[in-house]
Design a protein. Structure first.
Length: 516
């Protein structure tokens, strides 16, 4: 309980009680439930059933009425969190365990019309009044709840609002990096402002911020995530804030959506469709491609005899219904009806190409070309192993992690989290030939300091459970800080001509650490 600022007290004949600030006690209640649900130890329904059905019904009525009055809709996660919080609040008030707020903070909120409306709504539904401090507590919980539908009237957002200021600053920062005036994207600005109002409130009140897509955002949209991370660093310094990775990933999702609206074809791989069976077949294939893989940009349809051995470099793929003898661009042969396995293979190749484009852009923009580093600055020689032998990718990750565990840089739980990421997401981290960059997001408690390790296998092995790719180098990366550049620097070095081959065939660790 110490992590929540509360303690358990045991007294003869009285049993066990919780000691601490009432707001900390309630925060601990929700936090522990979050962990239990996240680990699948218990279901949400289990905890809801701890409370009387009549009370649960009143709470549901209250949250629904509040949504209607505010013209918003809470997310599923926030809905059950709110309901449990209100049930627990009701119980604690009955036990005369009331939340208390500083007079100045309470006075400021009491004078607002929203306070009066909330108090009236509570009294109407629960047929009882609660202390002003408890209305303040409830108001803060509602403000900290994530919403999935925005209010129609966004003019209520004030320009002096901190969320507005941060959004404006963030838009300026990313404009410098991406060359797009995001301030003109009203959907982006309003959406991020409303999101940050909730996020800042949760940070201030030490409420949990969870993002189940953090890992996927970091892997699949690395470029946008890194741009977001860089922009947020300046905001953190000015506003004395610390944004967790989960929150940075949320902001990256807002930015990514806006970026795609502005440059729809930015990182979309391009393809020519080749069909030797006539217009009907090519038309069918093109239509199915546009419907089933909208992330692929179709640049046109050509006949087989019009294909040359020197196609435009802007074309990433040729999708053909017949085999073609071309080295570049890559040819993908498919059935005009697009069989399920063909579709999955196409999606994998599209993602790999898109990821590579993102990485190329990230390296080009984020590191000056004249900046030269050696690999040993980022991976210590004691963290490098060569001629490793295994046929199992899980064991390879374990082997690569051993130097970091030995020096107490990461825990075994971090290794498990990395393996779980590959199981869940597939081998997305293999965007360079035969190199897997593995790490885990949202596991800072299992990382003691920044570090990296490198394992060179004596022969390439299949990496991942499904959609395997061959890997001969495993690089483990860990960091406690969001401003780490170790990933970008390592990619920069490994991308330089000949360095990958030198690592694969190196006879000494010193040869690897001196690469630049």
């Amino acid at each position: 309980m110490k992590g929540y600022g509360v303690a358990l007290d045991k007294k003869p004949s009285k049993g066990i009680s919780v000691l601490g600030n009432e707001r900390d006690v309630r925060n601990a209640f929700i936090s522990i439930i979050h962990k239990a649900v996240q680990s699948s130890t218990y279901s949400i329904m289990y905890f809801e059933r701890l409370f009387d059905e009549k009370l649960r019904s009143k709470v549901r009525e209250f949250t629904s009425a509040y949504e209607s009055l505010s013209a918003i809709q809470f997310s599923d996660d926030s809905s059950w969190e709110l309901r449990l919080n209100m049930c627990y609040q009701y119980l604690r008030i009955q036990q005369k365990k009331n939340a208390v707020f500083p007079f100045v903070e309470k006075k400021e909120l009491i004078q607002k019309s929203g306070f009066q409306r909330l108090q009236a709504l509570y009294t109407d539904i629960f047929s009882r009044q609660i202390p002003d401090d408890e209305v303040v507590y409830l108001l803060k919980q509602l403000k900290g709840a994530k919403i999935s539908v925005l209010p129609e009237d966004l003019n209520m957002i004030k320009k002096q609002d901190e969320a507005y200021q941060i959004t404006w600053m963030f838009a300026n920062e990313v404009e410098h990096r991406l060359g797009i005036d995001f301030k003109q994207d009203i959907e982006f600005m309003n959406g991020l402002i409303v999101h940050l109002q909730v996020a800042l409130h949760r940070l201030e009140n030490k409420q949990i911020i969870e993002n189940p897509l953090t890992e996927q955002v970091k892997y699949k949209y690395r470029y946008i995530f890194e741009i977001t991370r860089k922009a947020i660093q300046k905001i953190e310094t000015i506003y004395h804030l610390v944004f967790p990775e989960e929150e940075i990933a949320y902001i990256a999702m807002h930015l990514g959506a806006s970026y795609e609206r502005h440059s729809f074809s930015g990182y979309m791989p391009t393809a020519l469709v080749v069909c030797g069976s006539g217009i009907a077949t090519s038309s069918l294939l093109t239509t199915r491609l546009k419907l089933m893989v909208p992330e692929l940009k179709i640049c046109g349809t050509v006949r087989t005899e019009h294909i040359t051995h020197d196609e435009d470099e802007s074309i990433d793929f040729i999708i053909s219904t017949v085999p073609l003898s071309l080295e570049k661009p890559e040819v993908i042969v498919v059935n005009p009806l697009l069989e399920p396995d063909e579709l999955m293979n196409l999606k994998r190749m599209i993602f790999k190409k898109s990821y590579q484009k993102q990485m190329d852009e990230l390296i080009r923009k984020e590191l000056p070309t004249e900046e030269i580093n050696i690999l040993g600055e980022f991976i210590s020689g004691s963290h490098i192993q060569i001629k490793g032998t295994t046929e199992d990718w899980r064991e390879a990750i374990n082997m690569a992690s051993r130097p970091l565990i030995k020096e107490h840089i990461i825990t075994k739980s971090y290794v498990k989290a990395m393996i779980h990421a590959v199981e869940e997401l597939g081998p997305y981290m293999v965007f360079m030939p035969e190199v897997a960059f593995v790490h885990a997001a949202g596991t800072k408690d299992n990382v003691f300091k920044e570090g990296a390790s490198l394992l060179v296998l004596d022969q390439a092995i299949p990496f991942g459970d499904e959609h395997k790719v061959m890997v001969s180098i495993i690089i483990v990366i860990c960091s406690k800080e969001s401003d780490s550049n170790i990933f970008i620097n390592l990619v920069k070095i490994l991308e330089r001509q000949g360095n990958l081959d030198r690592i694969k065939h190196s006879e000494s660790i010193e040869e690897i650490t001196s690469l630049k």
